[in-house]
Design a protein around this ligand. Structure first.
Ligand code: NAP
Length: 330
């Protein structure tokens, strides 16, 4: 493949990723005259769709982002973020970054079309994707807003789930947190866990054991989601006996973990946690390589909210601006 460069000169600030963190970094970077370029990524399937704009592109209604009192759809919100970033001169490239050479300055990054681009500072904001079981009906209903979701905190308060029986899949802290959150709205919350022991911390487990309308279904895995347009139930299989059963629920929430989008950093020298998230050792957005910053879910296994990702994007742009100024690059 012929190798070319998208940009003639070295970029001052290159941002990888186009979710709330990436666009917020771009807004701040553009307003600081850093003329940022955002590599927004290309659509892919794994097994749920992964789209430029990130996780919010799969979110029907965002009700917890301040400034939208009536709520806003995830895709509309990301469109507004992009428009705001472009208004201040942000440039957008519809490619993934597939490899990074951070060993020499300026840095050299390779895009999915084989082109290379050089940059003085890089902000990584590639996010994390929720893990799904991979069941056909699970993904179909999730994509059509049919009551299957990977974020109870985002979707659980929607009217369709009020006073209904709901289920959460998983046995970790996320599953306990999501289930506990849902107990406030649901008539009943089932936690479907594949073993006879939870992985979650004892305190988080206790919240579920203490909730009068929560129940853990031990040694169960979902094998199908029932319902044409809306979730009507879930088919379960007992992991010990193989016995199958049907659980009638109007909503199914996956909490079986997240995978941060850091595979393209293999061999780049960026320090990752044991779960693959970018390691931010201090309270800044600094990675272990000077001039490379990270923001949003790719560096945050805990909060994973649009508003916290946007806040981290702001921090990363300010850190990058200060670092570039200290290098005499303005
Ligand atoms: P996690 O700890 O990796 O737990 C994932 C859960 O999903 C496990 O119980 C696992 O079962 C189950 N699971 C995985 N794949 C499955 C499959 N294919 N089918 C059925 N079940 C499956 O992930 P997490 O709960 O998202 O937590 C991630 C990190 O964030 C953790 O470090 C956690 O402590 C932290 N966190 C903290 C808080 C908090 O303190 N407030 C809240 C949320 C998350 P097994 O147990 O059998 O492996």
């Amino acid at each position: 493949m012929e190798r070319k460069s998208h940009m003639a000169d070295t970029e001052k600030l290159l941002i990888i990723g186009s979710g709330p963190a990436g666009w917020t970094a771009a807004i701040y970077g553009a307003r600081a005259n850093l003329s940022p370029v955002v590599y927004v990524g290309v659509p892919k399937q794994n097994p749920a769709p992964i789209l430029p704009g990130g996780q919010l592109m799969l979110t029907t209604e965002v009700e917890n982002y301040p400034g939208f009192p009536e709520g806003v759809s995830g895709p509309e919100m990301m469109g507004l973020f992009q428009k705001q970033a472009e208004r201040f001169g942000t440039r957008v490239v519809g490619q993934d970054i597939t490899a990074c050479d951070f060993s020499k300055r300026p840095f050299t990054l390779t895009a999915s079309d084989g082109s290379t681009v050089q940059a003085h500072a890089v902000i990584i904001a590639t996010g994390a994707t929720a893990d799904w079981l991979g069941l056909e009906n699970e993904l179909r209903l999730a994509q059509m807003g049919g009551g299957v979701s990977a974020c109870a905190v985002c979707d659980g308060a929607l009217p369709m789930f009020r006073d209904q029986p709901l289920a959460v899949v998983g046995g970790g802290d996320s599953a306990m947190e999501e289930a506990s959150y849902l107990t406030k709205f649901a008539s009943k919350v089932y936690v479907i866990h594949r073993r006879d022991e939870l992985r979650a911390s004892k305190a988080m487990q206790q919240r579920i054991f203490d909730a009068p309308n929560a129940e853990v279904l031990w040694n169960k895995i979902p094998i199908d989601v029932l319902g044409d347009e809306k979730c009507e139930g879930v088919r379960l299989k007992d992991t010990q006996t193989g016995e199958e059963s049907t659980l009638e629920v109007k909503g199914l929430f996956m909490a079986i973990g997240h995978t941060p989008a850091t595979q393209f950093l293999d061999g780049s020298g960026i320090d990752l946690t044991d779960k693959g998230y970018i390691n931010l050792g201090d309270r800044t957005s600094n990675t272990n390589i000077e001039g490379v910053f990270a923001a949003g879910d790719v560096a945050d296994a805990d909060y994973r909210q649009a508003i916290s990702a946007a806040g981290m994007g702001c921090q990363a742009a300010l850190d990058a601006e200060r670092w570039l100024a200290a290098q005499g690059i303005e």
